[in-house]
Ligand binder design. Structure first.
Ligand code: HEC
Ligand code: HEC
Length: 300
């Protein structure tokens, strides 16, 4: 992007602006109109004549209009002295968007931080049982988490439901807080190329059967072996998952990435890498504390 506030362009804009303002003053001073008409005196006209005898009076511009014009010009000059606008000149007030933003954040921090920190030193369970604290947690949730987990925390494909008491990484308040602070990265490998197409189809059939659905019996029998060999390390021998790894329970018919046969086949073939961003730097401990209590309260 061209930087219009420095170097050549800064000077260019400075000169153009100053010339324009001066020129406007000169223009309006010279063309504000002729003398006031005195009754009886010969009315002066400009020299413009149209259609042989249609001429134009040279009356002065109305005073109020002229003054408004001067006021806007003076306002423009004062503005350009105080605020940035004149090329690279930053204005004597030193105002900038960034500084204003920082100031507002600081003021908000001074106002709200004490409200957050009063709960930060309390046990999570005590916060969970405090309706006023949960109300704050709810507002924090609406601000920071709804984009991914939904306004009702019901989740979406790839973004877990946070109110169903089914947890990838564990649902006690302390674990939830760890998830919020440090983030999580789910790592489901892509099996395409590592095992054959046929084995992928069979193991998919087995996964379908795990959640109690109808499946091709002979494929399930073969898929079971593949599962024990490649999948049980993470999802457990019984397919009930592993919260250390965030490997989902495959037997409960709750699906992060979709439970239709075709979706499961896609998950197994291409892998999935769900990413929950770390919020430690961004939110800080006090807000994460309130959020963890709020999320925990949702599934109770
Ligand atoms: C290295 C550990 C690991 C191995 C091995 C592994 N998975 Fe996964 N699997 C995961 C993780 C972690 C997720 C969650 C991915 C996410 O968070 O986005 C997952 C997700 C899934 C899902 C989606 C579940 C849902 O709720 O949508 C299916 C289905 C699945 N795995 C099946 C398999 C099968 C079949 C195998 C063996 C061929 C296998 N996985 C091997 C770790 C593993
Ligand atoms: C950019 C999208 C995104 C945002 C923003 C986000 N999350 Fe997540 N979150 C995820 C994803 C994706 C996962 C699942 C990670 C995985 O598949 O391993 C997740 C997982 C979680 C989990 C673990 C759920 C379980 O079953 O163990 C919790 C708790 C959570 N998020 C809470 C929050 C809270 C609270 C916020 C707001 C501060 C938040 N998330 C903001 C995407 C997001």
């Amino acid at each position: 992007m061209t930087d219009f506030t420095s170097g050549f362009w800064g000077i260019f804009i400075f000169i153009i602006t100053v010339i324009s303002i001066v020129a406007l003053f000169v223009f309006i001073a010279n063309f504000k109109g002729g003398k006031k008409i005195v009754p009886g005196e010969d009315k002066s006209t400009t020299d413009h004549v149209w259609d042989e005898n249609l001429s134009e009076y040279n009356n002065p511009l109305p005073k109020w209009w002229l003054n408004l014009f001067y006021i806007t010009l003076v306002f423009g000059i004062i503005y350009l002295v105080l605020y940035p606008g004149l090329g690279s000149f930053a204005g004597i007030l030193g105002w900038s968007q960034t500084r204003q933003y920082d100031e507002e954040i600081k003021n908000a921090g001074e106002k709200y931080d004490p409200i957050f920190t009063q709960y930060a030193n309390q046990e999570l369970m005590a916060v969970v049982n405090n309706p006023a604290a949960l109300e704050i947690g709810k507002r924090l949730y609406s601000t920071y988490c709804t984009t991914c987990h939904g306004s009702d925390a019901g989740g979406a494909r790839g973004f877990p439901n946070l109110r169903d008491n089914d947890w990838l990484y564990g649902g006690d308040p302390a674990t939830i807080k760890t998830t919020i602070l440090n983030g999580r990265a789910g790592m489901m490998p892509a099996w395409k190329g590592l095992i054959g197409e046929k084995e992928i189809t069979e193991v998919t059939e087995y996964v379908v059967s795990l959640s109690g659905r109808e499946a091709d019996v002979s494929a399930v029998a073969k898929g079971m072996g593949t599962f024990a060999q490649y999948c049980a390390v993470c999802h457990g021998a019984d397919g009930k998952g592993n919260q250390q790894l965030g490997a989902p329970n495959l037997t409960d018919d709750i699906w992060l990435h979709g439970g239709a046969r075709a979706r499961i086949l896609e998950t197994v073939s291409l892998g999935r890498q769900g990413n929950m961003p770390a919020h430690k730097e961004f939110l800080g401990d006090a807000k994460a504390h309130l959020l963890a209590a709020y999320i925990y309260s949702l599934s109770r």
